[in-house]
Write a protein of this length. Structure first.
Length: 40
């Protein structure tokens, strides 16, 4: 039971981490591509 709960916590933490990284990278990529398109 405890191992299952711990595994669920680890999976939840990883998903939270990935979601956080996406929230940071997606706007950065949009800005990067929009700038490269206007300069080129």
């Amino acid at each position: 039971m405890k191992t299952w709960l711990r595994r669920l916590g680890v999976v939840g933490f990883l998903l939270f981490l990935i979601k956080g990284l996406l929230w940071l990278t997606v706007p950065g990529l949009i800005i990067l591509f929009s700038c490269s398109c206007t300069s080129g």
